[in-house]
Write a protein that binds this ligand. Structure first.
Ligand code: NAD
Length: 246
């Protein structure tokens, strides 16, 4: 069987890079999709993944038409898209009273709209081929809410409902759709948080530490494995025990 093709959105970011590496290590051909506006980060990414079967494609995944062109371009260049990891995300934190309509729209469009945009274009061909793995990166904030994150928590909770609904629609066609909800992971996103806030959060994590990108990447590799075909519509929390639910 030829190598399965995987797309990782937000692929040059902190978690995205780790996910790309884990999927490449699992024998996938990986396409990291990200904005091409971050030249320094893109150059560093190319060095970090040098020699691996990881490629870069530029796209704004909040744009529906661009996502169609992206999926077609990847299928033309690399082959059938089998694994889609919707990982691109942004925060625009603010209490609701100060939140602008723009801050709301931007966060919903990137974190949730992108999953619709890409699944809308990728699911049909996956159904026709009878195989697919979709993994949506949500957040513990989508499970518990978070002060100053009404937009982000709404988008991440929306991803959970989106994943379960799509999972039901395509389960009979060999496609699984699951979510991963990271807690606090050591990336640029958490490095931007005030140190005292992060220290307080770490003290409340039962595992006693912040998570590492590899903790998320290994979970994505597991869910996207051919042998994980009976797991669908699930949300896997990877949060060191910060939030537990039956
Ligand atoms: P990051 O900022 O390092 O990476 C996000 C990537 O998404 C960036 O490379 C960015 O350029 C890309 N991106 C943003 N808008 C885009 C767009 N319109 N089109 C294409 N790419 C776009 O952040 P991260 O910490 O690696 O987070 C990855 C995902 O994990 C996000 O969805 C985030 O919400 C989620 N998450 C992260 C944490 C954490 O602790 N780091 C916790 C919970 C959830």
């Amino acid at each position: 069987m030829s190598k399965r093709i995987a797309m990782v959105t937000g692929g040059i970011g902190g978690l995205g890079t780790a996910i790309c590496r884990a999927l490449a290590a699992a024998g996938r051909t990986v396409i990291a999709v990200d904005l091409d506006s971050r030249a320094d980060r893109l150059a560093a990414f190319r060095t970090e993944v040098n020699g691996l079967d990881i490629h870069f494609a530029a796209a704004d995944v909040s744009d529906h038409a661009s996502c169609g062109a992206l999926v077609r371009g990847i299928e033309d260049t690399h082959g059938s898209l089998a694994i889609l990891v919707n990982n691109a995300g942004i925060t625009r934190d603010s209490t609701l009273r100060k939140m602008s309509r723009g801050q709301w729209d931007e966060v919903l469009d990137v974190n949730l709209g992108s999953a619709f945009n890409l699944c809308a274009h990728a699911i049909g061909p996956m159904q026709a081929r009878g195989f697919g793995r979709v993994v949506n990166i949500s957040s513990v904030s989508g499970q518990t809410g978070n002060f100053g994150q009404a937009n982000y928590a709404a988008a991440k909770a929306g991803l959970l409902g989106f994943s379960m609904s799509l999972a039901r629609e395509v389960a009979g066609k060999g496609i699984t759709v699951n979510s991963v909800s990271p807690g606090y992971i050591e990336t640029a996103m958490t490095a931007a948080m005030p140190a005292e806030v992060l220290a307080r959060i770490c003290a409340s994590i039962p595992a006693g530490r912040i998570g590492q990108p590899g903790d998320i990447a290994r979970t994505v590799a597991f869910l996207s494995h051919d042998d994980a075909g009976y797991i669908t519509g699930a949300n896997i929390p990877v949060n060191g025990g910060l939030f537990m639910a039956a």
